[in-house]
Design a protein around this ligand. Structure first.
Ligand code: NAD
Length: 583
């Protein structure tokens, strides 16, 4: 397989740099200058069928001569811009979102640079297509729409041979792995092997938004079976037709996988756990964060982006993080992950033990407020937030008793921030901070309109799913979207460019602070507490620089010497999708 890579000329021209240091510096210099020469050893049909080098109708006359393409293409030469215009036009003809998803996946398989150019230039329009919410439907129907394999499948059948399976992947220099076991895909539950759409989608965002080069990204699905009866009975299901392995059998496969990853790719490969169920997610993160470079976006990425939103909110509502009282509805991966990061940031800035900081944070789960008397029966990740208080069954009771200044919804249950709850928040806060983070829109704890109307325009509001601007008494309020895609691509880039060998919580805090700093006064004036997505590559570069700086400060960075200007360095490392000229 290394042979395959050499044949593509990957070790030559600007790409040679890419092989040496693992970043795409050669390509970075291509920014705005598509004309830099690069050598490609493929020709004829095999060049047109190679998504990494195919340019479709953009091959020049000279390239058509040099690479035996005459006759294989019609006479016209179309620029990348024209191709992009045509494809966007075609995509917009599809009325069914899944058709757009399939068209984008086909493009990725056919012409990788054009795929990323479309995604980067039209990020707000295409993000929901290649990622949530459309990717959720794609996973549900993955078996039916499956055409070509994407990513690597490791199943129970591969036990004892996981290293060999990894070696079958054609790329050697991997920097980011996103891995799922498909047990809790988005809000859709157990989709087994069909969860593959998630690592594939997430990694395309690592590249488009964070500039990690596509060949360095590896999507993996670990198939230990599924408990989804519909899938088990679906003749088109692509995974193991058995119920989920648990306990020792499960953990042995995971252990073999994690060992093989380190053996094959070394210490500096980032392994992102994605959409694992609660009962495994926390344990896997805790276990492997000591020995591997691991990150869980559902827990840590969510926490980092929401903390950024809170830090930005402070500029509107005043006070420090420690001056506020927090109440969550929902105490799962998102809720407890956010709560813990808030406590850490508070502790860092006030020199107070983190346990004392946790006392300012309250959580309500499906059984009511987490309180001391429930501690014995609580899952371990909830225990640190079970404080002394009389038991409370409902959110409204908890709101009235605790009088939080910040209310955060991570329950996955829609319409739970009722009129009474929001009115109560507005009655004792001049500017209540209300984040209604559950996805999709129908699961949001309240809508933007409800938050602004019921609080009489005083709420500082953000949501997990996008909401349109709201008009209330002659003023327009623009709700911010607390999208994980603000943080994880830049975070990953920061880890990669510094050669970090472990993720430290301070690196997550650095990412939050970097994101919060990028909200401008103009954004605040509109009510926004997150910057516009259109600047996401710049945002990612700034986050990467802060994360890398923290990794260097902590002695966790292995790429030396430390660059003087980390923002410039991060930008210079980012993959750009412009076509190259082939000699
Ligand atoms: P999870 O399953 O780990 O946790 C859900 C929690 O909600 C559990 O503690 C459960 O007990 C609790 N819950 C369920 N029903 C409840 C009810 N009626 N009242 C109170 N609590 C209830 O899920 P998660 O990963 O934590 O995600 C939760 C939600 O947060 C999802 O809807 C997800 O889409 C959203 N989310 C948003 C972002 C973002 O905005 N960037 C990021 C991650 C997750």
């Amino acid at each position: 397989m290394a042979q395959h890579q050499q044949n593509l000329g990957m070790g030559l021209g600007p790409a040679a740099k890419l092989e040496e240091d693992g970043t795409e510096q050669g390509a970075a210099r291509l920014d705005g200058s598509a004309g830099i020469d690069s050598e490609v050893r493929k020709s004829g049909h095999s060049l047109l069928r190679d998504p990494r080098h195919n340019k479709g109708l953009a091959f020049s006359e000279a390239e058509r001569d040099a690479h035996y393409l005459r006759g294989l293409l019609p006479p016209v030469i179309a620029s990348q811009e024209l191709q992009e215009k045509k494809l966007m036009h075609n995509l917009r003809q599809y009325t069914v979102p899944l058709q757009r998803y399939i068209a984008m996946m086909d493009l990725q398989e056919r012409n990788e640079r054009l795929f990323y150019k479309l995604l980067i230039d039209n990020v707000e329009e295409l993000l929901p297509v290649v990622y949530t919410p459309v990717v959720g439907e794609a996973c549900q129907k993955f078996g039916s729409i499956y055409r070509r394999p994407q990513g690597l499948y490791i199943s129970l059948k591969d036990k004892g041979k996981v290293l060999e399976v990894l070696k079958n992947w054609p790329e050697r220099s991997i920097q980011v792995i996103v891995v799922t076991d498909g047990e809790r895909i988005l809000g859709l539950g157990d989709l087994g092997c069909q969860g593959m759409g998630i690592p594939v989608g997430k990694l395309s965002l690592y590249t488009a938004l964070g500039g990690v080069r596509p060949s360095a990204c590896l999507p993996i699905t670990i198939d230990v079976g599924t408990n989804n009866e519909t899938l088990l009975n679906d003749e088109y299901y692509i995974g193991l037709r058995q119920r989920r392995a648990t306990g020792e059998e499960y953990h042995e496969l995971l252990q073999e996988f994690m060992t093989a990853v380190k053996q094959n790719y070394g210490e500096k490969v980032l392994v992102q756990f994605e959409d694992f169920a609660n009962h495994n997610a926390f344990d896997l993160l805790a276990k492997y964060s000591k020995s591997h470079l691991v990150f869980n976006d559902d827990i840590q990425g969510t926490a980092s982006v929401v903390l950024a939103g809170l830090l930005a909110s402070l500029k509107v509502v005043g006070g420090t993080l420690a001056d506020h009282t927090y109440l969550f509805l929902g105490a799962g991966e998102a809720g407890t992950g956010i709560a813990e990061l808030i406590a850490l940031e508070m502790s860092k800035h006030t020199d107070t033990p983190v346990d004392d900081c946790r006392k300012k944070i309250w959580l309500v789960d499906s059984k009511g407020l987490l309180v001391e008397s429930r501690k014995e029966s609580l899952q371990h990740f909830k225990k640190p937030f079970a404080h002394e208080h009389e038991p409370m069954k409902t959110l409204l009771e908890a709101v009235q008793s605790i009088k939080p200044t910040v209310l955060i919804g991570t329950s996955g249950v829609g319409r739970t921030f009722t009129k009474e709850v929001i009115e109560a928040m507005a009655s004792f806060n001049e500017k209540p901070v209300i984040f209604s983070l559950s996805n999709p829109t129908s699961h949001s704890e309240c809508t933007a309109e409800e938050a602004y109307t019921w609080s009489k325009g005083t709420a500082v509001f953000a949501s997990g799913s996008p909401f349109d601007p709201v008009e209330y008494e002659g003023k327009t309020y623009v709700p911010g979207q607390s999208n994980n895609a603000y943080v994880f691509p830049g975070f990953g880039l920061g880890v990669v460019i510094s050669g970090a060998i472990r993720v430290h919580d301070d690196m997550l805090l650095a990412a939050s602070e970097a994101l919060a700093e990028q909200v401008s006064q103009e954004n605040f004036d509109k009510g926004l507490i997150f910057p516009p997505f259109t600047n996401i590559r710049k945002i990612s570069a700034n986050i990467a620089a802060k994360v890398a700086a923290k990794a260097y400060d902590l002695g966790l960075a292995s790429r030396l010497p430390r660059p003087d200007d980390l923002v410039k360095y991060a930008e210079s490392c980012m993959y750009t999708p412009l076509y190259r000229s082939y000699r």
